[in-house]
Write a protein that binds this ligand. Structure first.
Ligand code: HEC
Ligand code: HEC
Length: 228
């Protein structure tokens, strides 16, 4: 079990993280000045965590895997830019508790305290929605939008932009989306209230998982109409 860091240790560590990130930015402000200054400390804190990884250090810096602007890596790490803040924060809590099982993200989340998770969620939610252009150009089965409309749209919105009942799915990497659906099929991911996604996913055939994921990954990123 990883030891939960104390508040005091977190302070010290995020001070170190601050220094790292400040070097990266070639800023000259001293760490102590930053810690006590009251200007935009809230959002600034989230950006520094994104760049430095907080107490976990550089290998847990979000930008390494989720891209410099939260666009994702087009593969297994999703875009975070422009996702609803409540959704992002919930995922961080769920990774920390293991309700959503993923070794790397569990460690990432556990090195942050709950305030830092809120800050980093706010930071990514405020970024303009952005994603990598899909690398593949397979033909999408013509029936896919129909399946999406009947089985998913009520919660994930027209074109997958999200609603209050489900997060955006558009412009996420196809591989990432398929992985999530497969994780639900075997109950590896089980952080959905009332098992809505478990029930949905278990009705999907393997080829439908692939088609829906490819379809959604190709819809351009745009702001979610309703925050969650
Ligand atoms: C070493 C790579 C790596 C690092 C560093 C990393 N992530 Fe992740 N992250 C991933 C991967 C891979 C996934 C997909 C995990 C899964 O399948 O559940 C993920 C998933 C997520 C999700 C779920 C998004 C969604 O749409 O459900 C959030 C939120 C997230 N990461 C936030 C962060 C934050 C914040 C940081 C920095 C504090 C961070 N990550 C650092 C690799 C990384
Ligand atoms: C009754 C509402 C509902 C329906 C219908 C529904 N979903 Fe979801 N879905 C959710 C909720 C809620 C979540 C977020 C769960 C959480 O908090 O982690 C989610 C999450 C997801 C995710 C993970 C997103 C991410 O960033 O990790 C994928 C992928 C997904 N749904 C795909 C689908 C597909 C494909 C369909 C149709 C076949 C569908 N969903 C139908 C409610 C729904």
């Amino acid at each position: 079990m990883r030891r939960q860091p104390s508040l005091h240790e977190n302070r010290l560590a995020s001070c170190g993280g601050l220094l790292l990130a400040l070097f990266a930015l070639a800023l000259t402000t001293a760490c102590t000045d930053r810690m006590t200054s009251s200007d935009d400390r809230w959002s600034r804190g989230g950006e520094l965590i994104a760049m430095s990884g907080g107490e976990g250090g550089a290998r847990y810096a979000c930008v390494t895997c989720h891209g410099a602007r939260g666009e994702g890596n087009g593969f297994d790490a999703p875009r975070l830019a422009g996702l609803p803040t409540g959704y992002l924060q919930k995922q961080m809590e769920d990774y920390a508790t293991g309700l959503r099982a993923h070794e790397v993200m569990r460690d990432v989340a556990r090195f942050l305290d709950s305030h830092e998770r809120v800050r980093v969620a706010n930071y990514y939610a405020a970024l303009p929605p952005l994603a990598l252009t899909p690398a593949t150009e397979e033909v999408i089965a013509a029936t896919t939008p129909g399946l999406y409309a009947s089985a998913c749209q009520q919660c994930h919105g027209v074109d997958g932009v999200g609603t209050v009942n489900g997060p955006p799915l558009n412009a996420q990497p196809a591989l990432y989306l398929a992985q999530q659906l497969q994780d639900w099929q075997v109950s590896k991911r089980r952080n959905d209230g009332n098992h809505v996604m478990l029930k949905v996913a278990q009705q999907l055939k393997p080829e439908e998982v692939t088609q829906l994921s490819l379809y959604l990954s190709r819809i351009p990123p745009r702001p979610a109409p309703a925050a969650r």
